[in-house]
Design a protein around this ligand. Structure first.
Ligand code: NAP
Length: 253
């Protein structure tokens, strides 16, 4: 689906689906820089940024490259989630092919400190193996698309927190909790205690919107299975919205 406004929509394409992408849209609107945001269309009722938005895939890196040329885009900011590896790879390939500058806006990862009990794993299947080996009561916060990786685990009970209901296979023992962040420390502590959680499973998304669970887990001595971020193409990277705006202003000047 491409709910696109007509061609020549703006100078900048923001690849979005994150709080940073929405914040960038707001700051570019204030600065009077023309832009359009793009969402994948994964959630039913997405939080929309200000300004024009298109929704749906481009059709791989080739489709994205064509779209950039057709819409006379002068710069791309990839502000997608650190685990949205395919679109980041496609954007790098498309921008290089059509010769359009690309910046990666990516929030910093969370870092463990003294009170944290983290087991770091390279990917979701490794997280599932760690959970299967331990059993117990698991708070699963990796998102709807990744629940299936845990579906064959019979040795654990899962509290599965998702924005939209999962559609694929689910583990035999579970409860689905539908909600959307941001979350605060008190409610996260209560959730962990009320559900007798032994293990928290999360991707290392970074940012403040969903980090309260980490502090709550540390205080309660709960182990965290932390999934490391996937590798990304070698691109210019900034971690804050102001730096992305500066990069665009210098480029478009
Ligand atoms: P992905 O696996 O990297 O991308 C899969 C495909 O979805 C892409 O090849 C592309 O389709 C389309 N796509 C992804 N992001 C798009 C965007 N911003 N605009 C247009 N098309 C997009 O992505 P994902 O992990 O499913 O994430 C989808 C979206 O949700 C991303 O925008 C991301 O920022 C957001 N998000 C992801 C996570 C997460 O944990 N993965 C968490 C929070 C938010 P085509 O090949 O057809 O172009």
């Amino acid at each position: 689906m491409d709910c696109a406004p007509p061609a020549h929509v703006g100078h900048v394409l923001i690849l979005g689906g994150t709080g940073e992408a929405r914040a960038l849209a707001s700051t570019l609107a204030e600065a009077g820089i023309e832009f359009i945001s793009s969402l994948a269309g994964r959630v039913n009722d997405p939080r929309l940024p200000v300004g024009p938005v298109r929704i749906g895939g481009f059709g791989g890196s080739e489709g994205l490259g064509d779209w950039l040329l057709r819409n006379r885009i002068r710069a791309v900011v990839d502000a997608t989630h650190p685990f949205a590896a395919t679109i980041t790879r496609n954007a790098a390939r498309a921008a290089a092919t059509v010769g359009i500058p690309l910046l990666r806006l990516r929030r910093d990862p969370w870092m463990a400190d003294g009170a944290d009990r983290w087991t770091r794993v390279p990917d979701l299947p490794a997280a599932a193996r760690e959970v299967a080996a331990r059993g117990g009561r698991v708070f699963l916060t990796t998102g709807r698309q990744d629940v299936g990786v845990f579906a064959s685990i019979d040795s654990a009970w899962f509290l599965i927190r998702v924005v939209d209901a999962p559609t694929g296979a689910l583990p035999p023992h579970h409860e689905v909790l539908r909600s959307r962040g941001p979350y605060d420390h008190d409610s996260e502590s209560r959730l962990l205690r009320d559900n007798d959680i032994d293990i928290l499973v999360t991707k290392n998304s970074g940012g403040s919107l969903t980090s309260a669970k980490l502090l709550a887990a540390a205080e309660l001595g709960i182990e965290v299975i932390m999934v490391d971020r996937p590798a990304e193409p070698d691109l210019p990277v900034v971690s804050d919205v102001g730096a992305a705006r500066n990069w665009l202003e210098a480029l478009l000047d």
